[in-house]
Design a protein around this ligand. Structure first.
Ligand SMILES: Cc1cc2nc3c(=O)[nH]c(=O)nc-3n(C[C@H](O)[C@H](O)[C@H](O)COP(=O)(O)OP(=O)(O)OC[C@H]3O[C@@H](n4cnc5c(N)ncnc54)[C@H](O)[C@@H]3O)c2cc1C
Length: 425
């Protein structure tokens, strides 16, 4: 047994970035994942957006009414399923409690700091390690279709501008000059442009970063499902898998599976899955592809250019751990794309489009849990929800700083598992 081995459970964005950051600081590390490669869970085909411009949690004021109405709307972008009401009761109460304007704004500001820090660190890491993951920094266009949408988008942007978010407002003519591919979208009145946002393929990033961690001495064991955490004398002291025990300090980065692994310790980790979809198309050689990350706030759908591919993503369904791909949801994404980019939609091969679902690990208060838990020997990097790519590198830095006794470079207190009312156990 290596005396100070750190065992990381989970090889998605949260786990792989933690793995790299700890290995880069000479910590002996072992990454475990139940799948045969890294990033096979929620980090596989996400939207690819590194967008500090969209740090607001989904539990915004008014979300309670919206979710209740969604029980009766089959195609709602954010949908609550009747079958999940018993499983979501306690979590849901906290989700709604945190949607009060004061809490919502404080969480949005804290998330922005982390997202901004993380995006810059991701870009620095890409250059330092020369990682190849279709990284680009074209910026985000938040599309606007009505005066109401514009007011709401401006309210958020102005609030974050006080913290350093740069944005510009584009009317329709300026929008089309900046993104000519949108010329056939009839009802856009303009957009907000966030030039500091980036994009990149999270799965390929994880593959490159895991290799860099291994070069720095890290060990990785795939096809290895952790059954439970070892708990002795009030401390977590390792993990058990396939009849074997491995001792060390544990970092729980298991995405939506984290709550289940923490439960036997008496932790009720408030993380629940929110199912989302993506559809990836080959657009090699096609003219008039969008250059920006396009976000449409009302249907919660976005389009990301990833190298020679285009990815459409959206939806949030509270339907438990169900990973079934509903073809009607993919059709919704297709229709959205065709409404925005009709000419390009006619030229793409939709038969070959790759549909995917992922389960976002949603915390009840819209903030991830990063740092030491109330139990000695157990550290957390979980609950990044819909922003796990944007926040991954920054979160891992905060974790590694804390584990190696350094001060974090931003205020990490809002993400502490022990902060105020979010203290676990
Ligand atoms: C449709 C969609 C679009 C999105 N778009 C964006 C975006 O544009 N920008 C953004 O910032 N975020 C986006 N996200 C969110 C982001 O993808 C997630 O927050 C992020 O992937 C979560 O990473 P994770 O490492 O916590 O979880 P995961 O990637 O799910 O990793 C958890 C890992 O733990 C492993 N594991 C679980 N249990 C065990 C066990 N018992 N033993 C061993 N291994 C185990 C799993 O195999 C998995 O590999 C999107 C999500 C979805 C679904």
């Amino acid at each position: 047994m290596a005396k100070d081995l750190t065992i990381i459970i989970g090889g998605g964005l949260a786990g792989v970035t933690s793995f790299y950051e700890l290995c880069a600081r000479d910590k002996p590390c072992l990454l475990l994942d139940s799948e045969s490669a890294v990033a096979q869970g929620t980090s596989f085909a996400n939207g690819g957006g590194l967008h500090p411009s969209l740090p607001d949690p989904w539990n915004n004021p008014g979300i309670g009414r919206h979710l209740l109405a969604s029980l009766f709307q089959r195609d709602a972008a954010m949908k609550l399923h009747f079958s999940q009401l018993p499983n979501l009761f306690g979590w849901g109460m906290s989700f709604i409690r945190n949607s009060r304007r004061g809490a919502y704004e404080a969480i949005t500001r804290a998330n922005f700091d982390l997202a901004e820090y993380s995006t810059r660190q991701t870009q620095a890491l890409q250059q330092f390690l020369n990682l190849d993951y279709d990284a680009a920094a074209p910026g985000t266009l938040k599309l606007l279709r009505s005066a109401g949408e514009r007011d709401e988008a401006l309210r958020l942007a102005d609030m974050l501008a006080e913290k350093g978010l740069a944005y510009e407002e584009l009317d329709r003519a300026a929008l089309l000059a900046c993104e000519p591919s949108l010329r056939d979208a009839p009802d856009l009145i303009g957009a907000l442009r966030f030039a500091g946002d980036g994009i990149g393929d999270a799965r390929r990033f994880c593959e490159g970063l895991a290799a860099a961690a291994i070069e720095r001495g890290g060990r990785m064991r795939l096809n290895t499902k952790v059954e439970h955490l070892l708990f002795e004398n009030g401390k977590v002291c390792g993990v058990r898998f396939e009849g074997e025990e491995m001792r060390g300090t544990v970092v729980l980065a298991a995405g939506v599976a984290a709550a289940q692994l923490a439960r036997p310790l008496g932790f009720n980790l408030p993380i629940r899955p929110a199912k989302g979809y993506s559809l990836t198309l080959d657009a090699a050689g096609q003219a008039d592809c969008p250059k920006h990350l396009l976000v449409d706030p009302t249907p919660h759908i976005a389009i990301t250019p990833l190298g020679s591919r285009l990815r459409i993503l959206g939806m949030a369904e509270f339907s438990g751990f169900d990973r079934h791909i509903d073809p009607k949801r993919l059709l919704q994404l297709h229709r959205f794309f065709a409404g925005l980019l009709p000419d390009l939609a006619d030229r793409l091969d939709w038969q070959k489009a790759e549909g995917w679902v992922g389960l976002r690990p949603m915390s009840a208060d819209g903030r991830p849990f990063i740092g030491q838990s109330a139990i000695e020997g157990l550290w957390l990097n979980v609950g990044h929800g819909h922003l796990g790519w944007t926040k991954a590198v920054g979160s891992a830095r905060i974790l590694a700083d804390a584990m190696t006794g350094r001060e974090a470079e931003i205020n990490a207190a809002p993400f502490s598992p022990n902060a105020g009312e979010r203290r676990l156990r």
